[in-house]
Design a protein around this ligand. Structure first.
Ligand SMILES: [Zn+2]
Length: 363
């Protein structure tokens, strides 16, 4: 195990070194040039064909996903450090064409995107988006979109996954007891162990319906001997924060009301979640949202029925957390996104262009 970690560390150091070399030597500009003009020549089952690349027909769209930006260095609530976010935004402002998401999606449809188009998005609606990310994007005049889980906005209520993060951060229990045979006895002595068990618990909680999930989280807190943090007045945005950001290039989309896993809900429950979220945004902002982000966002977390409900509710597009770059012809209700990937700027810059070069056109 330790050997595996040492190897991974070594590999990551080598990649950073290589990316730094590309970055400082100016060779990254060549990669950017290629990403602008070329794409892989893959043809169905035949796979890649010589000469392996073909001329790009139209620019593609990369959508970045952030959640939290702060310097708390809390391993249970991962966040992008403020200085890293500043450097990443300064880089994309300098080297990419940052578009507002709704404009970018429309221009993708029309095949009219600028080269190196990027859109910046945030999920959930954490207060640090206003405190730390907003000043950065405002100073650079960059547009961004924040997807709000509206039950938590201005109420002090916490989202279900944050209740799980808090429980594992706050526990002093040496092992988990009374949470079912799959977890009982798992050691919680180190931060690494707690994070490992937390990941497994989160995965199991995504498999069940909302009501069952809430019941299980209460059981989890009992098993970890901690108080369930159903409220945290500082964690999420208030509607005043939201209004202060509006008009400065920040747009807002829906991320549902309570952040359920939509594929677990009936049509009636899906409509109710989405309508409650739209109604809250309309009440506070005076207009219904047209942009949507699926909670958790993998293919397993939404269905064709979810997409039908969104279309019927007047949404123009929906973003997933499926990794990738969006080519012209992409399904507007299954837009792919990428993480900020790396805190090390040259590696971030390299991956931004590398993933664009390696993306293939939609079928
Ligand atoms: Zn989310």
């Amino acid at each position: 195990m330790e050997d595996g970690r040492a190897l991974a560390n070594m590999r990551s150091k080598m990649i950073r070194l290589a990316c730094t070399g590309l970055y400082v030597s100016g060779a990254l500009a060549l990669l950017r040039w290629c990403a602008k003009r070329m794409m892989p020549a893959a043809h169905g089952a035949a796979g890649a064909v010589f000469p392996f690349v073909m001329k790009r027909r139209a620019p593609s769209l990369q959508i970045l996903t952030y959640h939290r930006v702060n310097d708390e260095h809390d391993p249970f609530f991962p966040a992008t450090p403020v200085d890293v976010f500043e450097k990443q935004m300064a880089y994309v402002a300098r080297r990419h064409h940052v578009c507002a998401l709704d404009e970018a999606v429309e221009r993708l449809r029309l095949g009219d995107l600028p080269d190196h188009a990027v859109a910046i998005t945030f999920d959930d609606g954490y207060r640090d988006n206003y405190l730390h990310a907003f000043p950065v994007v405002k100073s650079l005049s960059l547009p961004m979109t924040i997807f709000l889980a509206t039950d938590a906005i201005g109420t002090g209520r916490t989202l279900w996954h944050d209740r799980v993060f808090s429980a594992f951060r706050d526990t002093a229990a040496p092992a988990i007891r009374g949470f079912g045979p799959a977890f009982d006895g798992a050691s919680l002595r180190t931060v690494r162990e707690r994070i490992g068990v937390m990941g497994q618990v989160l995965a199991s909680l995504r498999q069940v319906h909302d009501d069952e999930r809430n019941r299980r989280i209460t059981e989890l807190c009992r098993a970890l001997e901690v108080r369930e943090r159903v409220e945290d007045p500082e964690l999420m945005l208030t509607w005043d924060d939201v209004k202060r950001m509006r008009g400065h290039g920040v747009s807002f989309g829906s991320h549902t009301a309570s952040h359920p896993i939509l594929s677990r809900l009936s049509r009636q429950e899906t409509v109710a979640e989405i309508e409650r979220s739209c109604a809250a945004m309309e009440r506070h902002l005076g207009e219904r949202p047209v942009l949507f982000a699926y909670p958790n966002g993998t293919k397993a977390d939404f269905t064709d029925m979810t997409k039908d409900v969104l279309k019927a509710s007047g949404f123009r597009c929906a973003v997933t957390t499926e990794f990738g770059v969006n080519e012209p012809g992409a399904d507007r209700f299954e837009l792919k996104r990428g993480r900020p990937w790396e805190e090390h700027l040259p590696t971030f810059a390299f991956k931004l262009s590398w993933y664009r070069l390696m993306s293939s056109h939609a079928a």
